[in-house]
Design a protein around this ligand. Structure first.
Ligand code: PLP
Length: 282
């Protein structure tokens, strides 16, 4: 069965799917995106992902390409056509096609692309042993709350992580605090078992997994602190982990050359991963 993509009103063979060379996403990275996890053939946290897409579009003054109901239909139809059970759904909206000129075009129609991919999540080995992260300066722009397709610093950061033998790079701001990963939110657990993650604001993306985990934690009675934490605090933490739609909750056992605690995934992290797994599979 050929893999199908949705491109501007049509379902087409993925390998033949294309957009115009003057699409502003291609020319200026003038667009936004969402990645939604798929479990049991179902979109997880569909509404918060649609809400964040609407927020990103609004902040950039890009018109929604269609109604939310139409978008929901397209996503479900694509899952059906690709018979996707477990993986991710990718949505991208750009300001559309127009002759290349920096200012907003007078009459461009927002462009919508939706694709799906089979993906089983991080390997069992990575989950069992925990991931390594390296740290790099956060050189991104001042609106990281917008899920923009302009991802060059994130791309360079992830590449550096891979070249240094790590899974992810954590980004460090000018004050020496961790903002987030290149495509993940960053968390630590203190010696007295309080879970800490950076507060929302322009410096980080409001992760949907972050929000869901926060709710699960409240329900389970865990203590959460939303505040900046320094790289030194992270290296001395009892546990560390990251969250994202693709990795859910993934333990971190090394930051740069520092092992976290005994170098094994921590008990709180394991519990939170289990809680997240039950949530996405329910
Ligand atoms: N932070 C950044 C910079 C990201 O790109 C992502 C996901 O792509 C996240 C955090 C995690 O967000 P979510 O949990 O919605 O996948």
């Amino acid at each position: 069965m050929p893999r199908i993509a949705y491109v501007n009103g049509r379902y087409v063979a993925h390998r033949e799917a294309s957009i115009h060379i003057e699409d502003r996403g291609y020319q200026f990275a003038d667009g936004v995106y969402e990645v939604v996890p798929v479990f049991e053939g179902r979109l997880v946290d569909e509404e918060p992902h649609f809400d964040r897409l609407q927020y990103s579009l609004g902040e950039l003054r890009i018109a929604p390409p269609c109604s939310r109901a139409a978008l929901r239909f397209i996503c479900c139809e694509l899952l059906r056509r690709n018979d996707l059970r477990r993986g991710i759904l990718y949505m991208q909206v750009t300001r559309g096609v127009a002759a290349r000129d920096h200012k907003f075009p007078a009459a461009a129609k927002s462009a919508l692309v939706v694709t799906t991919k089979n993906y089983g999540g991080p390997t069992a080995k990575l989950i069992e042993e925990g991931a390594r992260v390296v740290t790099i300066p956060d050189i991104r722009w001042a609106r990281c709350d917008i899920k923009s397709i302009s991802l060059l610093p994130n791309v360079l950061g992830k590449q550096e992580a891979i070249e240094r033998g790590a899974f992810e790079a954590w980004l460090i701001d000018r004050e020496g605090n961790v903002t987030e990963g290149t495509s993940t939110n960053a968390w630590i657990v203190t010696a007295d078992k309080r879970v800490v993650t950076r507060q929302l604001g322009n410096a980080i993306l409001a992760g949907v997994t972050r929000a869901s985990l926060r709710k699960l934690m409240t329900a389970e009675g865990y203590e959460l602190e939303e505040r900046p934490f320094s790289l030194a605090e992270a290296k001395n933490a009892a546990e560390a982990f990251l969250t994202s739609s693709t990795s859910l909750v993934l333990p971190i056992t090394q930051i740069d050359d520092s092992r976290i605690a005994d170098g094994k995934p921590g008990p709180m992290t394991r519990k939170l991963r289990e809680a997240m797994l039950s949530y996405v599979n329910k």
